[in-house]
Design a protein. Structure first.
Length: 486
């Protein structure tokens, strides 16, 4: 092998680098200030400047000056972006699996859960909160208004506070107690009890509902400035069980007309034993009100009632009247009156059925007679107990039926009244079928005058006459069918 030993190689002119047209094989280190590889690569102290593609099995070092590379995303083997960085952080598509994640200095997330120092805020929380501290699980509270439960084992109760003051208390036996003079205001609603477990108000005050011909059952609240139209609607605004107070239905104006089906009164009673200080009272608001009975005015299962300052009127074309079915503890005061000029339908205008301990004190006047039908003007049947002290007067032509009749084991006590101008003044054991059972009648200070028969008894009826005066009757007494007097 030939060797050339020299300190320098130049071109033939001595003014440039030599060329090796067929290349050069060098063993050892080649030191050069610059190297040009072909026409595309220059290597010098500034680095490698390449035109074209550089292929390597591995690259190391800083790649921040490289272009054409998206350093903001990570892709999977299919070229799909799974992590994308943005100015707020990074968005992960898919599942991010980590053994532990630390957020700032306050939150660590690992297999044990989330451990946070500070406040966790969320729109909704799910799951058990049993291990939370600083929460009173017995109380729902917003500001100074709360509902709280108490129970040491056998004395569970509930307390309701508003604006920092206790308003209502429910005891362990279910009693609903008013606190700090709190009231229940009934507005388009009702409080209902069941036969075995009554719900009632025991507020010691008077509850009032107002009725008027100009009222409205749909929009009226029952207050004085917003009356309802019908007495039936007024009853719906009242509890069905009375505590230690009176319920008043007050009729406004000087007149009021009953509507079809709108005046039935159902199911009122007082709480506890008989107590006549607890009752439903229907009355004129500020004056005596003329009540035009265009349709029947009926009471069903009302226990404890009063009627005051009402002038009942059954006009010539009206079919109305007043009826009491299975009622008790009632009083129709002498501030009421009843007048009938109707010739419509049956003659019965006042009726009692299975009603006990009711006192009628109002005077009654008839100016016409029913055009058809039998029976009496006042009929008392089916085990009633009625006290009657109002006059019953028929003007003009004599009324062709009974003034007042009791039958079917009823008890009628008449006192201090005058009965005038009827076919039969007082009748026992007969209405109009002639198969009624007898009655027990007591009279004291009663006058019967201008009748065909003053006292008419049949079907095992009995009358005890403490004091009775007859005047201008065709027959004072007609006692038949095993009946008697003493």
């Amino acid at each position: 092998m030939s060797k050339v030993r020299a300190n320098n190689f130049t071109n033939k002119a001595g003014d440039g680098a030599p060329t090796f047209p067929h290349g050069a094989n060098v063993t050892g280190v080649v030191t050069a200030t610059s190297a040009i590889v072909g026409s595309g690569i220059t290597i010098n102290s500034s680095g490698i400047n390449a035109t074209g593609v550089i292929t390597a099995t591995s690259y190391q070092g800083d790649g921040s000056a490289l272009t054409g590379i998206d350093a903001t995303s990570l892709k999977d083997s299919g070229g799909n972006i799974k992590v994308q960085a943005n100015t707020s952080g990074a968005v992960v598509t898919g599942v991010l699996t980590a053994t532990s994640t630390v957020v700032g200095s306050g939150i660590t997330i690992n297999s044990s859960g989330i451990n946070a120092t500070g406040v966790i805020t969320a729109t909704t929380y799910y799951g058990s909160g049993a291990n939370l501290t600083g929460i009173d699980a017995t109380q729902i509270q917003t500001g100074n208004t709360s509902v709280q439960t108490f129970d040491t084992g056998s004395d569970g109760n509930v307390k309701i506070n508003t604006e920092g003051t206790e308003r209502w208390h429910i005891t362990n036996d279910g009693t609903f107690l008013s606190q700090n003079n709190s009231n229940i205001h009934l507005n388009n609603g009702k409080i209902i009890g069941n036969p075995s477990n009554h719900v009632f108000i025991d507020a010691g005050s008077t509850v009032q509902v107002y009725v008027s011909d100009s009222g409205n059952d749909s929009t009226g609240t029952g207050e004085s400035n917003s009356p309802v139209r019908t007495i039936s609607r007024a009853c719906e605004l009242l509890p069905k069980v009375m505590g230690n107070q009176t319920f008043e239905i007050r009729i406004q104006g000087s007149s009021y007309t009953t509507t079809n089906g709108g005046q039935n009164i159902h199911g009122f009673s007082f709480n506890g034993s008989n107590n006549l200080s607890r009752y439903l009272q229907i009355m004129g608001d500020t004056q005596t009100v003329t009540v035009n009975l265009q349709n029947p005015f009926e009471f069903y299962n009302v226990h404890g009632f009063r009627l005051q300052n009402l002038a009942f009127n059954v006009g010539s074309s009206y079919a109305g009247g007043i009826s009491f079915y299975s009622c008790s503890e009632g009083r129709i005061y002498n501030t009421c009156t009843f007048e009938s000029s109707s010739t419509y339908g049956w003659s019965e205008r006042i009726a009692f059925r299975n009603t006990k301990r009711v006192s009628w004190e109002a005077d009654c006047a008839l100016t016409a007679q029913a055009s058809s039908g039998l029976g009496g003007f006042v009929t008392i049947g089916e085990n009633c107990q009625i006290d009657w002290s109002g006059d019953i007067d028929k003007s003009g032509t004599r009324f062709g039926n009974h003034a007042i009749t009791a039958y079917d084991n009823s008890i009628l006590k008449l006192a201090g009244c005058v009965i005038n101008n009827f076919q039969n003044g007082i009748t026992g054991g007969n209405n109009h079928y002639n198969n009624e059972a007898g009655a027990r009648i007591v009279v004291n200070g009663v006058t019967v005058q201008n009748c065909v028969t003053g006292l008419y008894l049949r079907n095992n009826s009995h009358c005890r006459k403490y004091s009775i005066t007859y005047s201008s009757n065709s027959t004072n007494e007609l006692i038949t069918s095993n009946s008697s007097t003493d």
